[in-house]
Structure formats: C-alpha cells, structure tokens
Design a protein. Structure first.
Ligand SMILES: Cc1ncc(C[n+]2csc(CCOP(=O)(O)OP(=O)(O)O)c2C)c(N)n1
Ligand SMILES: [Mg+2]
Lengths: 375, 327
C-alpha cells in the first residue's frame, strides 16, 4: 500500500494581507454559509445515492468547499466558470438553487439539465456555470474557448468592454492529459483571460500524484513552460484562497493573460461512492480533517468577534432546513416525460427531434421577470 | 476442469495465462496495478507479475494507447485497458489511425499485435459522455478486429485468442456483466475470432445480437416461446470479422431476421447485418429485417429515459412479433 505520498513541494505562496484586504464581515458570513450549504448538499447527496434516489457516478466535494467558494468569491458574478465532474460545489457557489441541483441528481425534470445530465453535468446559464464535464481534461480547452469568446466579444463585437475572467477548474489527474497542455499553450499564445485552477487533492482515483506525474511537487513549472503566471495556494482555508486568487483575478482581468494555480486541498471522501480508499492511511485522512475549511472559517469568525458559536449553529440549522427542503422538492419533481428523449438533441426540428427549450427553473425566472416588467 | 467464475475473473485468467506463457505480453492502463483495476479485472496481477508488466498510467489515454502501439511495432504484445471505451475517444487518433493501419502503411513491415479492452455500453445512468457503444463507430475502420463476449466462457476464450492474434483486437466488455457468473474451464483455451455461436436453436425467426444485448434477447425469447414463436438466437461473438455465413444459414431456415445492436442505428453493426442479410437472403425472407437499437439520441442520465432509450426485451419482442406478422 502507498503510504502518505505528499511529494516534496513548492511552498504555498502567502500573499501579503496588506495587499489583499478581505471582504466585509457579511461576505465572510455568506462564505461560511455557502460552504456549509455545499457540505450539507453532499451529505444528503450521498444519502440519496445510498437510497437509490440518485444513480450513476457520484463524486462529492467534502473538504474542498473553500476552493470553489474562495475562488468564485474573487470573481464578478457574471464571470464564466467551468469544471470537471466533481461539480456540485462550484455550481452552488456560483448560485445554483440547491433544489435544482438535487432534482438533477434524482434525474427529475426540475433538475438543472432536466435530469439529462446528472451529477457530473451541472450547468446553469443564469449563473454563468458552463458545466461539470465528465471526461478528464475535456473542460480545459472549453475554458480557453469561454475566455476567447469573452475577449472576442469585447474586441470584435463589443461597444463596451466587460473584461471577463474565466475560471477553469480541473483535478490534479487532469494535468497529464494532452488536452490540458494544448489549452494552456493556446491560452498563452492567444493571450486569453483564463485561470486554470488545479484542485490538487493529491489523488486521481487511487493514484497518488507522485505515481502519475513527473515533478509532482512542482506542477507550476508546467505553467512556467508556457510563460504563464502561477501560484501555489492553500485550498483548505477560504481566506487564503481569496487572498491568493484576488490578485491573480485582477491581473488576469487587466492583462488578459492566462494564469495557473496549484490549489492544495484534500477530498475527505472516496473518489466516488464505490471507493474504499485503501490507497491512503487513516492517519493521513485524520490529519487533513483537522484542516476542515468550514471549521477554519468558523473559528476565524468567532475569533474576530463578529460571530458567536450560537450564530454558527443557527446558520448550520438553516442550511440543513434549506437542503432538506431541496430534497423534498426534488422528490416531488416528476421524472422527465419520455418525449424529453428527442428534445434538446438539435435546436432545429426535424425527423423525430422536437427542438429545444430552457429548463423549467429558467423559464420560471424569465416569466417572473416578464410579470415584474408588466407590472 | 470447469468451475463457475465471474466474467471479470475469466478476463483475468485469459490475461494471466498469456502473460505466463508469453513474456512479450504486458498490461497497461489507469489503475490496473495498485488499485487492482478500477473494476477489479486485474486483481492480484501486480502481485504475480510485478510493476514492469502491470503498469499504472496517468490519465493520458493518447499517451499510453500510443505507447502500446509503439511497443507492438517492436514486437511486444501489449494489453491496453481503457477504464471505459468512452475514454478511448480521447485517443481516437492512436487507436484508429495508428494501430489498424501500421501494417498497411509500412507495406507489411510493422504489424500491431495489440489488444485494447475495457467497458463498452451503458453502465447505468452514467450520462452521455460515459455511455458509449463504440462498436458501430469503430467497426467502420478497416485493419482491426472487434470481439464482444457475452458470457464468462466466451470472455476467456475470445480474449486469449485476441492476445495471441497478430493483428490489433478491440475487446468490448460491459461493466454490467463483470459480476455475471458462468462455467469456465480452468485450463487455457481459445475461441476463434469471427465465429458466431448459436445460443438457442429455433425455427420461426433468427435473432442476431452481440455482447450484453444477447441476454435481452434470451429474455425476450422466453416470452415469445409462450406465444408460440420459436426463435433462434445467434451470439455474433465478434463484430469484425462478422460471421455472416452462420447468420445467413439460420435466416435461410427461419426466413425472418431481427438484429439487436446496442449502438445507434445509423450506419451501424445492425445496418451492416441487415444489408448483408437482404443481399444474401433476398429470396428467403418473409419480411424485411427488423432492427432494435438504442434510440438516436445522446444517452440521458434519468433512469426512466435511459431505460426507454436502450434496447430491451420488450422492444425485441415487438420486433419479432412484427417480423413474424404476429403483432
Ligand atoms: C479521459 C478520461 N479517462 C478516465 C476517466 C475516469 N476517471 C474519472 S475521474 C478520474 C480521476 C481524476 O482525478 P483528478 O483529476 O485528480 O480529480 P479528482 O477526482 O481528484 O477531483 C478518472 C481516472 C475519465 N472520466 N475520463
Ligand atoms: Mg485529484
């Protein structure tokens, strides 16, 4: 068995606090709530999977919540985000309604993709979430493409400049895929405003990073090969994530140059629901669990005085209620009607194909909007 | 001696037997060594053969598939495992452009005795990127053989033949069948690639199928028997070469034919079989060939939609009733 395999590594670069002030207390509280929401969503996802309400593959985000919340916290709300199949956290951090996410897991019509995508494919156009993607590395060229499009719209089509920054997340396992290197090189050559964030949780399934990856402790050297700015960030602490990411996001926005981040984190659970985690020790897991990002932020907020232990408890309670409501809502949502098979295959209607339409959560919102406009 | 083992064990026995017999054979792929295989097909092989012959790779399909092809050009006999054939699309250039054409492009100098193997077809709610049935897509390419075992006995015999073969062979397995038990001889044996197997003799209708779908056919046949329709079921065993002779002989007897192919219908294994049967049995047929496929849509995640999309016993019964005018 492999023992603890943390390679000798580049040091985490701690940006100076003075340069990157933290957001206000309300925002920090919201981050705590968001991380709790993600954790609770995952706890209930696993339950649902065991109860056969969800099927397929389920990869949960427990332990990595600070990464999605901190990185997305450093973005503007309309900046694009794309990731791999461990995607619930990013979607929720981006603002996806947990009901809609849960319904997707249950394969119901109310889901973000009408039940057609499942756990690995959380998409939410309203929140600029361009998907979870199931093929390892496949989202990296797409991330470059999103960034290309934002820049193209600014430079070729735009009357106003939006200067979007795209976040493209991937696992440490993805960095050995050709597609990722092609995307990085393209992003550098075409000067695209995209940040490639490697959620380096040290394992790809049962393969510890140093068994699969040359110079595993120095993956930022790969970015150097493309003359790309890079940083190593502590992904177990949302404040560090924010402090690390904010200057990079600003740099990327100002210069329209790609950035690469080695985001150190740990997945608390197995790779998927069928993984007995024999490739790592309990000691190693226990050590990382001490760094629980939710507890770290809670401790910070309590230390800083603004939040009491009671506040945190109350917050946890509301979050539990919200997710329970999401589960109930998802259970009530009907299975997709059989006609959905031939819907959304083509925009065009031809033969058996019936065109396309947005999912109901977006229809609801747009009809809400129409009503407010009418009023 | 014969005993009951699982499909995954049968695959492992074929690989291990050949590795013991032939030093040129090695196994490479994601999680095949220390993890015992993502689906435990290679369980214990690292222990027996060591890390030089059972090789874990990074998630780099283009890299390790291509590495296998290069090694085969040098005369080794690689077995390359794809966790799923769905992931082989990442390295389509290597497996479709290099492996099957090397012999031809080099004018007979460099062959490519390699086996690519892994799970094919719907694993159960895995969504559209992970549920590929690659058989129709890949069968279009000349230069490689495709085997698709439907039970443990065939799995061991066909895979053994594949490893011994001098040409590239794609072995399509199914996650849904890996735990299926069946009688398998302990000793090594081969099943010729390109010979179909008549699983059930019958007189009223020939049903041709491949891989996991053979079991849907057997389920359907029981229902149909109660209705008085006696079907002959042919398990193609390999798709390339296709044993059209066995199929044609059967159709000349039954005068009706249904093809059950889990891939999409357009330009598929099913359409190939149908075209050949129409050509060779034109005067024998009471009806045109009926085909059962997956619906021509990406695989959906939702359980009910996926069930509706895939071939199943119900759809096969409908097709047989249609082709025999008993609907
Ligand atoms: C091209 C491809 N090959 C293999 C797989 C199977 N697979 C799914 S996840 C995974 C491990 C990925 O690990 P990593 O990138 O580190 O992400 P993490 O699971 O740690 O978030 C593998 C091998 C896949 N989905 N796509
Ligand atoms: Mg990982």
């Amino acid at each position: 068995m492999t023992t603890t395999t943390m390679p000798k590594t580049d040091q985490v670069t701690t940006p100076s606090t003075a340069q990157t002030p933290l957001p206000d207390a309300d925002t920090l509280r919201k981050w705590l709530r968001d991380m709790m929401l993600i954790r609770e969503f995952e706890v209930r996802s696993m339950q649902a999977y065991q109860n056969k309400l969800a099927g397929g593959f389920l990869h949960v985000y427990n332990g990595q919540e600070a990464v999605a919340v901190g990185c997305i916290g450093a973005l503007r709300p309309d900046d694009p985000v794309i990731t791999a199949y461990r995607d619930h956290g990013h979607a929720l951090a981006r603002g996806m309604d947990p009901k809609v996410g849960m319904a997707e897991l249950f394969g119901r019509i109310g889901g973000c993709a009408k039940g057609k995508g499942g756990s690995m494919h959380f998409f939410d156009a309203e929140h600029h979430m361009y998907g979870g993607h199931g093929i390892v590395g496949a989202q990296a060229p797409l991330g470059a493409g999103l960034a290309f499009a934002t820049k193209y719209r600014d430079e070729v089509m735009g009357s106003s400049k939006n200067n979007h920054v795209t976040l493209c997340f991937m696992g440490d396992g993805a960095i050995n895929q050709g597609a990722v290197h092609e995307a990085m090189n393209l992003a550098a050559v075409l000067s695209l405003p995209v940040i490639f964030i490697v959620e380096n949780n040290f394992y790809a399934m049962g393969t510890a990073i140093d068994r699969s990856t040359a110079a595993a402790g120095h993956i930022c050297d790969r970015a150097a090969g493309y003359e790309m700015e890079s940083a190593v960030v502590d992904g177990m602490d949302v404040l560090e994530v924010y402090r690390g990411m904010k200057p990079l996001v600003d740099y990327c926005r100002e210069t329209s140059k790609p950035v690469f981040v080695d985001m150190r984190c740990y997945r608390f659970k197995g790779h998927s629901m069928s993984d007995p985690r024999k490739y790592r020790t309990h000691d190693e897991e226990a050590k990382w669990e001490l760094e629980d990002p939710i507890e770290r932020l809670a401790a910070h907020l309590q230390g800083a005085g603004g939040v009491t232990a009671e506040d945190t408890k109350a917050m946890a309670k509301t979050v539990r209620q919200e997710i329970r409501a999401a589960v109930d809502w998802a259970k009530q949502s009907p299975e997709p009607p059989i006609e959905e098979l031939y819907h959304d295959v083509y925009v065009d209607r031809w033969g058996p194909y019936t065109g396309t339409s947005v999912p109901s959560f977006m229809q609801r919102r747009s009809s809400d909007r129409e009503q407010t406009n009418d009023a | 001696m014969t005993r009951e083992i699982h499909f995954r064990d049968a695959l492992r026995e074929a690989m291990s037997d050949e590795m013991r017999r032939d030093e040129r054979v090695f196994l490479i792929g994601e999680e095949v060594a220390e993890y015992d295989g993502a689906y435990k097909v290679s369980k214990g092989m690292l222990e027996e053969f060591g890390p030089r012959r059972i090789i874990d790779t990074p998630i780099s399909e283009t890299g390790f598939a291509g590495l296998g092809i290069g090694a085969a050009m040098m005369g080794l006999r690689p077995i390359v495992e794809f966790m799923s054939w769905s992931f082989s699309l990442v390295c389509a250039d290597q497996i479709l452009n290099n492996a099957p054409k090397m012999l031809y492009m080099s004018g007979g100098q460099f062959g490519c005795p390699i086996v690519f193997r892994g799970n094919d077809g719907a694993g159960g709610q895995l969504g559209s990127t992970h549920s590929w049935c690659v058989e129709s897509l890949y069968a279009n390419v000349p230069g490689m053989k495709i085997i698709i075992p439907s039970n443990p006995y065939d799995a061991k015999g066909l895979l053994t033949s594949a490893i011994q073969a001098d040409d590239p062979v794609f072995c399509l397995e199914s996650e849904r069948m890996l735990s299926m038990a069946g009688d398998v001889p302990e000793e090594s044996y081969t099943i010729p690639i390109g010979k179909a197997h008549i699983v059930r003799p019958g007189t009223d209708c020939t049903i041709v199928s491949f891989g996991r779908a053979v079991h849907f056919c057997m389920e359907a046949v029981e229902t149909l028997a109660k209705e008085g329709i006696d079907c002959e079921v042919i398990d193609g065993r390999s798709i390339k070469p296709l044993d059209i002779d066995t199929i044609v002989a059967s159709v000349r007897k039954t005068n009706r034919c249904v093809v059950v192919d889990q891939s999409w219908s357009f330009a598929s294994v099913g359409s190939e079989v149908a075209a050949e049967v129409h050509r060779m049995c034109f005067d024998d047929l009471d009806n045109h060939v009926y085909r059962v496929h997956s619906d021509d849509v990406p695989a959906p995640y939702a359980w009910n939609l996926e069930q509706e999309m895939l071939p199943n016993a119900h759809k096969i019964c409908q097709a047989v009733r249609g082709v025999t005018y008993t609907a």
